[in-house]
Design a protein around this ligand. Structure first.
Ligand code: ATP
Ligand code: FE2
Length: 322
């Protein structure tokens, strides 16, 4: 069975095609802001201008008749972007006479991680631009056991990078700089139970920059502090929920230092650490196609009437029947 998935909740416009075994193809045309962060309307304009060509690229490699289900990210995300994706998905489903499945973007990050690593019942640490959450399955739903009290870690990294004059996305640039950091400056370490916060850290790091500290040392201090917070809450969640697997997903998960710190923490407690390949960490169409396929096989269908966008869609809203 073959599923085509469309992702476009924010910066990434991406179409993936998967079957039960593997990713068959993945074509993307990301929106890169000329300056500043992501502007929802600009991103949506980009998606609407590029989606036709992207679909042509996909259909030059696979016959549309071979596709069994059209999957799309229904939320959470930026309203104007979600509407472009949902419209494209509806048109495709009607045109090709194929069933439609709207999926939750956060759940797609988790499920593609499980699929590509073999993690069975993990604590998922989901860290991206807009979201930073500790997730685990309880009964027939994934639940959020801890999350950021203000901004996602990716947004925090992007904001700090922008302040230091670096272009979006900042996460990979901070990672590069941090490798050359030597001096550690203390930053606000805010953990409350299994929740945490990053905005105070951003303000303090910006002050370090204003007082002329080296960018490399600021990036290093920021990463060490933020990642230690995430390692602490992940460990607490594993102990509290009695799980021995940790799965890292979301765009920030591509960071090698974060992976290293979590791996060491897991080794210390005889737990397994899992992270999917980098091209499936950040937003991508293959994760949407994969979750759409799982849902379709377990009976989910989204009618045209039900296919309206859900900008505040929560992972707990989805009954997991696969
Ligand atoms: P979501 O809707 O799930 O919040 P998103 O739109 O933020 O997703 P993702 O691709 O999941 O998109 O994550 C993008 C974020 O990941 C950006 O903030 C980016 O700076 C960050 N990022 C990417 N690579 C790295 C890296 N190597 N180290 C740290 N952060 C990274
Ligand atoms: Fe994402």
């Amino acid at each position: 069975m073959i599923s085509l998935g469309i992702e476009g909740t924010a910066w990434s416009l991406s179409i993936g095609v998967v079957d039960e075994e593997d990713v068959i193809l993945l074509e993307s045309d990301p929106y890169v802001p000329k300056e500043g962060g992501i502007h929802p309307r600009e991103a949506a304009l980009h998606h609407s201008e590029k989606i036709g060509n992207l679909l042509n690229r996909v259909f030059s490699k696979i016959n549309p008749e071979e596709i069994d289900v059209i999957s799309f990210s229904q939320g959470p995300g930026m309203g104007p972007c979600l509407r472009i994706v949902a419209t494209a998905a509806r048109v495709l489903a009607l045109r090709l006479k194929k069933p439609l499945v709207g999926v939750n973007h956060c759940l797609a990050h988790v499920e593609v991680g499980r699929w590509k690593t073999g993690a069975e019942d993990p604590i998922a640490l989901y860290v991206s631009g807009g979201n930073s959450q500790i997730i685990a399955k309880r009964g027939s739903r994934y639940r959020v056991f801890g999350e950021t009290l203000d901004i996602g870690l990716g947004n925090a990294l992007d904001k700090l990078a922008r302040y230091m004059g670096l272009k979006h996305p900042g996460g990979p640039k901070i990672e590069e700089l941090a490798r050359k950091g030597k001096e550690y400056y203390e930053l606000p370490y805010v953990v409350k139970g299994m929740d945490f916060s990053f905005s105070g850290m951003v303000t303090s790091a910006q002050k370090l920059f204003d007082t002329g500290r080296r960018m490399e040392d600021i990036a290093f201090s920021f990463q060490e502090t933020a990642f230690a917070m995430l390692a602490e809450v992940s460990e607490r969640a594993m102990a509290y929920l009695d799980k021995d697997e940790l799965l890292l997903v979301g765009g920030v998960g591509a960071n090698s230092r974060l992976q290293e710190m979590l791996r060491v923490m897991c080794e210390d407690r005889n737990a397994s650490f899992y992270a999917p390949p980098k091209h499936l960490m950040g937003d991508n169409g293959a994760m949407i196609a994969h979750l759409g396929l799982l849902m379709y096989r377990s009976g989910y269908r989204t009618s045209i009437e039900e296919s309206t966008v859900k900008p505040n869609f929560r992972i707990e809203d989805v009954e997991v029947s696969w």
